[in-house]
Structures are given as structure tokens and as C-alpha cells.
Ligand binder design. Structure first.
Ligand code: 3H9
Length: 689
């Protein structure tokens, strides 16, 4: 067996090194080894203090998530922390990289924490639908107070060493290169000073102070509705922290454990863990190995300074990569640059960046009216109007200008990438980089692989995505690629049901109840009805709304009426238009009622489209489709994405209900062959990976 914890003795101090690549997750084996090493050090009379340190790129990144769902093996992580609480000699955690979740909880159970200046600590369990289950909810409030603890644990944010020091979460921060030596020196000082062993569990000041403030927890729940909606973990975190205030430490721990066990077994947590791994899996492209060496991207050109082009540009500026931004007119260029500046200044006004950072980023933009200015760029991204002719013209011109080996990317959201590539003499260098709006915020990046796109180009795009903070999902060429194609049927069904007489507010309410931030019609109103492409060939409600000047929220009227606070209410004008359009189109049918029936109508076609996308090889794997929906369309992460959700519903039931819908509404509900096959075999999409 490879040992994952080893010890070295340095005159009075035992250095225990955890080594479990890639992130030192506390697996069953590592916990067992660590327990043995600690036991040995506790029993060895020559050892007077212990330093816990990690090999590799980081301190412990948490419990091993891959082992969740299996029976816990002893010692559990809480056992280990209790073992440290009872330690007969001082234990010092030496933190580099990230000490997260159970990793940070392990450090909090030590007597002292010393960290490298670049290190970060945090309790991100909430993002996995669970809570810190190894004492985090009991120890952190004892250090930082209840309000700060609630904020830290329900946000799951990472805290840099300097802030952690000021909050008292660590005891010292030192230069990265000297962490090990400083930790040993720290241990020797502790020994010299008498070997004090302060335990966080014994601190009472902050929790006693909270006793008198009984409204604290209710206020926190009320002030943070966005953290609670649909998620189970945040409410459980509040309950656990409340236990830290009202109960003795060990009873508080027991409450935390019970809540942890309940959360870890919930479908919400299973879905969030699925999303965690899906995000990482998406980066892997099976036929691209080490032989495809990514190109270094040092300079980027963006063509088009509109909303998309501007947002795309910001991604690179944020990563310190210079961008040449090209537009056709000075006015459009000035407007684009001004919007970027305004966005940064708004961030600075919220205190999330300094004015110096704003200027540093703005200085990385070179504005130009000339495509010729792109001659030295390593990557060109076209973000102009969605017209095949316009795009082909730009690509043909770029082909004559840009250097050999440069990557030519289109941000098209539905056009045929192969036709765009064919306008150049270097189709191997052409790729789709489909950003989602707002492009500086949304984390999904669809990397579209044309029939000629080279492996080097795909490898570069996948690597670059990570560098600019995006999650890349590889897509083949088809109308709408993965995310837009996947979600389009939801919109068709919403509109069909509207014409059949289902009130739009009921349709939207069902989607919001499922977990979407807003319903279909609310979203249309937000984007602006004039912005969304309309089917000019037939009369539509949207077309009529636009003709009536009801362009959406920005005009105070769209599908809904809006008050001055932009709160929607049903509109009699819209209702009349819907009735007229339905009558003109001869739409028959009864209104669909009840959330379950509405969701089957709205979401099963999405599942079906996902099955087709997978079967056609447009997506590499089912989890890529899920993560595209979660990150591109805000599909509620605690549902795991459409295919994960369908697996939880059961594909047999999905197919049976779709067949019933097919009998009434026709072919659009015919289950895809892959869906039928999996259902017949009693399997789910998850069994395909
Ligand atoms: C917990 O601790 C519960 C306790 O409170 C209570 C217990 C009772 N386990 O992200 P990367 C894998 S819950 C297993 O690409 P980076 C990851 O899948 C945990 N595997 O690297 C990937 O595998 P692969 C609380 C893990 O440098 C590889 O490591 N902790 C775990 O961009 C590299 O990951 C967290 O939620 C894990 N805990 O980022 C922290 N973590 O190579 C989760 C990672 O096969 N982790 N892997 O694709 C992270 O946030 C990031 O991984 C980290 C590194 C920042 C550490």
C-alpha cells in the first residue's frame, strides 16, 4: 500500500505530511493513515509538537467526494477532529493552496494554523448541497461570531490568508516559500512557551454574545432569500450554527452530524455533486491527448464591440490578456469601450475591484477600425450580427490578414460553422466559441468543433476556457449547438400552451417552482421582445406585442405589465392578443393545468432533445448536456440538469408520459430512440458514462 501520510522528526517536532494527489482529499485510506501517524506521534515521548502539512499543490481540499454515498469507514472525519481535540501535544496545521471543507475543518481542530500568504481557506460544502460535517458549523462561529459564520458558511466563499488572519481563522501568514520552515519554527516557539494547546471548542465568548439576540437567525433567513430558494443546505447550516449557540459543543456537533447525514442523502446534494464532477469531466476530450499541444494565447482580437463582443473582451482583460477590439464605425467602437468601462466602474463602485484595476484592464484594450490591426493576434473572435454572408465575408478577409497558425473563432449561436470555415483557406484553424450573454458573467463556453477543426485548436480552446474562468463544453455542429437547441422545445411548448389558453403566469409559476430564476415569458420580457428573432412568416403573439410597442420590461409592458419596481402583473392587452392570435391560427385544445402537467409539457421535450443531441454525437456525454443547461440556462443546479433529473424521475415514467402526450399533441412528444432504449433496459443516462 502506498502510504498517504508520512512523518519526519525534526528535533522535538514531528512533521506529518499528507500526500494524496491531486488535492489531498481525505479519503478513507488517508484518514486511516493520518490517524496512525498521529497516534504514533502522541505516544512518542520524544515528540513535543506536531506539524501537519501537505505535499503537492494544496492542503487538504476536503473530504473525498467520490466516497459519498458509501458507508463511512472509521475513523470518520469527525472522529479525527475529536482525536485532535483530545491531543496530548500541540498540533499545528501548515496550509498552502486551498484548505477547503473537511480540510479546513481538520485545520480548525488543530491548536494552531499557519498559512502561506497565497493560501485560501473556506467551507464550500453548500455548493455540494451539504454542510460542513466535521465541526465547521460549531468552530467557525466560536472564532468569527455568528453573523460572520453564517455569511462564510452559506456563501461557501474562499477567504484569502490576509483576511483569514484578520478574522482569526488562522494564527499566522508567511511567505509561500518559507511555510514549512516557519511552521516548524512556530511549533518550537509553542514548545518553548510551555506547549499551550488552545482549542476552538473551548471558546465561548462569541456564542454567549449571540444568546441575547434571538432574532439573529430569523433575520439572516429573511435577508438572504436568494441563498435559500430551492436549496436545502443553507437552512440546515443556519440550524447547525444556531445549535452552536444554544447547545454545548458536543451536542452541537451531534446536531451538525444529523443534519449532514440528512443532506448527503438528499437528491439535491446528489444533483449538486453530479454538477461538480460534470463540470470537471467536460474538459476531457477523449481523442485529444498530450500530442495536441495547445497554442499560447498572448493576444486576442475581437471583431464587434456590441453587447456580446464587449462581454467577450472583458473575459480576456480580466485574465490579463490584451485585446484588439475592432468595429466598423468610430461611434460603435466608442460606445462599446464606454460600456466596458461602465461595467468595470460599476464593479468598482460595489467595492469588488479598485479603480487602479479598472484602469489596468482598460489599458489592455487597443481599439481599432481596421481589421489589419489584428495581424499579430493569436486568437480572433468574431462577434458580429448573425448573418452567414456577413460572417463568411469577415472570415475570408481575416484569412488574408492574420498570421499563420492564428485561431479563427466565431461566436455564432446557431449558424453552420463548417460553411463559415469554408470561406477560409485554413478550416483546420476555425472553431466556434459560443459565449452566453452576459458573456463576462455566464460560465458556459461552447467550443464548437467543425469537421476540419484541428486537435491543437480544440486543445487550445479547452485550456483557454479554464484560464478565463469558463467551463468549456465541446459541441458538434448543429442548429443551436447544445444549450440553445436543448432549451428551444421548452419555449415552443410554453407558447403552444399559451395559445391553448393556459395563462402565461401559470406557466411561468411552474418553471419558477421547479427552480428556474424566472419563467419563460418573464425571461422574454427581460431580454426584450424586439431583440428576440421572430418568425416573420406567421402571426405571433410576440410580433403583435412588438407592433403594439410592448417590448418588455424596458418599456414597462411586454407579455406582462410592469410597475415602477418592475414587478409583473397579468395584462388584459396581452390576454386579448393571445386570444386573437389563437383564433386566427385556428388553435384548438384545452388549457393545461397543474404544475406537474405543465412541467411534463415544458421539460420532457428538453430531455428528449438531450437524448437526440447525445445520440447524434453532438455532445460527448450526458453530463455535458446537463452542465450546459445548468451554466448556460440557469437550470437549477439542485436538479442536476435535464438528463440527471430525468434519471431521478425514472426514464420509464418519462417515456410513458411522453407517449400519453404524443397521443394528444402529436409527434413533438415522440420519445427519442435512445430514451426508449434506456427506458426499456431499465437504465438511465447516468449509466452511459
Ligand atoms: C467535505 O469536505 C465534507 C466535510 O465537511 C464533512 C465530511 C464528514 N474529493 O477542481 P480541479 C478532484 S465536502 C474528491 O480540476 P483545481 C476533481 O474532481 C468537500 N475529488 O482542480 C479533479 O479530478 P479529475 C469540500 C476531488 O486546481 C481533481 O481533483 N471541498 C475533490 O481547478 C482536480 O480538481 C470542496 O468542495 C474532493 N474533495 O481546483 C472542494 N476536490 O482530475 C472541492 C477535487 O479526475 N474542490 N477533486 O477531474 C475544489 O474546489 C477544487 O478541486 C480545488 C482545486 C480548488 C481544490
Amino acid at each position: 500500500m502506498t502510504r498517504t501520510a508520512t512523518s519526519a522528526f525534526m528535533a522535538d517536532v514531528m512533521l506529518i505530511t499528507l500526500d494524496n494527489p491531486p488535492v489531498n482529499a481525505l479519503s478513507n485510506a488517508l484518514r486511516r493513515d493520518l490517524h496512525e501517524e498521529l497516534q504514533r506521534a502522541f505516544e512518542d515521548a520524544a515528540v513535543r509538537a506536531i506539524v501537519l502539512i501537505c505535499a503537492g499543490r494544496t492542503f487538504v481540499a476536503g473530504a473525498d467526494i467520490t466516497e459519498f454515498g458509501q458507508p463511512w469507514q472509521r475513523p470518520s472525519l469527525p472522529d479525527l477532529c475529536t482525536f485532535l481535540d483530545d491531543a496530548p501535544k500541540p498540533v499545528i496545521a501548515a496550509i498552502h493552496g486551498t484548505a477547503l471543507g473537511g480540510g479546513f475543518e481538520l485545520a480548525l481542530a488543530c491548536h494552531y494554523r499557519i498559512a502561506a500568504l497565497s493560501a485560501k481557506v473556506g467551507l464550500p460544502e453548500v455548493h455540494l448541497g451539504i454542510l460542513p460535517g466535521a465541526g465547521g458549523t460549531q468552530r467557525v462561529p466560536r472564532i468569527v461570531g455568528v453573523e460572520a459564520a453564517l455569511e462564510i458558511i452559506t456563501s461557501g466563499r474562499r477567504i484569502g490568508a490576509t483576511e483569514a488572519l484578520s478574522l482569526g481563522l488562522i494564527d499566522a501568514a508567511v511567505g509561500d516559500a518559507i511555510l514549512r520552515d516557519e511552521a516548524i519554527a512556530f511549533a518550537k516557539r509553542v514548545i518553548a512557551d510551555g506547549g499551550a494547546m488552545p482549542r476552538i471548542r473551548d471558546r465561548t465568548v462569541t456564542v454567549e454574545a449571540a444568546h441575547a439576540r434571538s432574532d439573529l437567525f430569523a433575520n439572516f433567513r429573511k435577508a438572504n432569500p436568494h441563498r435559500f430558494k430551492g436549496f436545502l443546505a443553507p437552512a440546515a447550516i443556519v440550524e447547525a450554527v444556531e445549535a452552536a449557540v444554544t447547545l454545548p459543543f458536543d451536542d452541537g456537533l451531534a446536531t451538525e452530524t444529523a443534519l449532514f447525514e440528512r443532506l448527503v442523502a438528499s437528491p439535491e446534494s446528489a444533483a449538486q455533486r453530479h454538477a461538480f464532477f460534470a463540470e470537471r469531466e467536460a474538459a476531457r476530450v477523449p481523442d485529444i491527448g498530450a500530442d495536441a499541444v495547445p497554442i499560447d494565447i498572448c493576444a486576442v482580437g475581437v471583431i464587434g464591440a456590441g453587447t456580446m463582443g464587449g462581454g467577450i473582451t472583458m473575459n480576456f482583460l480580466n485574465a490579463g490578456i490584451p485585446v484588439t477590439l475592432v468595429e466598423m464605425t468610430q461611434e460603435a467602437l466608442d460606445r462599446g469601450i464606454a460600456t466596458i468601462r461602465r461595467n468595470y466602474e460599476a464593479t468598482a463602485a460595489k467595492g469588488r475591484m479598485t479603480t487602479q484595476h479598472v484602469e489596468q484592464r482598460m489599458a489592455l484594450i487597443s481599439p481599432s477600425l481596421d481589421l489589419g490591426a489584428l495581424v499579430d493576434a493569436d486568437l480572433l473572435i468574431e462577434a458580429v450580427y448573425e448573418s452567414m454572408d456577413v460572417k463568411r465575408d469577415i472570415f475570408a478577409r481575416l484569412d488574408g490578414i492574420v498570421k499563420q497558425g492564428a485561431i479563427l473563432a466565431s461566436n455564432t449561436s446557431f449558424l453552420d460553422l463548417n460553411r463559415i470555415a469554408a470561406a477560409t483557406r485554413r478550416p483546420a484553424c476555425v472553431v466556434g466559441l459560443h459565449f452566453f450573454s452576459p458573456a463576462n458573467v455566464m460560465r458556459l463556453l461552447e467550443v464548437v468543433r467543425g469537421s476540419a477543426t484541428s486537435k491543437t485548436v480544440i486543445a487550445t480552446a479547452m485550456k483557454l476556457a479554464k484560464r478565463i474562468g469558463k467551463v468549456a463544453v465541446l459541441s458538434g455542429v448543429c442548429d443551436g449547438f447544445i444549450a440553445n437547441r436543448l432549451l428551444a422545445p421548452r419555449g415552443y411548448q410554453a407558447e403552444a400552451m399559451m395559445l391553448e389558453g393556459t395563462p402565461i403566469a401559470e406557466i411561468d409559476r411552474a418553471l419558477v417552482g421547479y427552480g428556474f430564476a424566472m419563467g419563460h415569458f418573464q425571461m422574454m420580457d427581460l431580454v426584450g421582445l424586439d431583440v428576440i428573432g421572430r418568425d416573420a412568416a406567421k402571426r405571433t403573439v410576440m410580433g403583435d406585442l412588438v407592433a403594439a410597442g410592448r417590448l418588455g420590461q424596458k418599456r414597462g409592458a411586454g407579455y406582462y405589465d410592469y410597475d415602477e419596481k418592475r414587478r409583473p402583473s397579468p395584462s388584459a392587452v396581452t390576454a386579448a392578443l393571445i386570444a386573437e392570435v389563437a383564433a386566427a391560427g385556428g388553435v384548438a385544445g384545452a388549457a393545461t393545468r397543474g404544475d406537474e402537467a405543465l412541467l411534463a409539457r415544458l421539460l420532457y421535450p428538453v430531455v428528449n432533445e438531450g437524448a437526440k443531441i447525445l445520440d447524434e454525437g453532438i455532445a460527448l456525454r450526458a453530463s455535458d448536456i446537463d452542465i450546459a443547461a445548468v451554466l448556460g440556462y440557469n437550470w437549477p443546479v439542485y436538479r442536476g440538469g435535464p438528463l440527471f433529473w430525468a434519471d431521478q424521475v425514472g426514464l420509464g415514467r418519462v417515456v410513458a408520459e411522453m407517449r400519453a402526450l404524443e397521443a394528444v399533441h402529436g409527434e413533438v412528444f415522440r420519445p427519442a430512440p435512445l430514451l426508449v432504449r434506456l427506458a426499456d433496459e431499465g437504465r438511465g443516462f447516468g449509466s452511459l458514462s
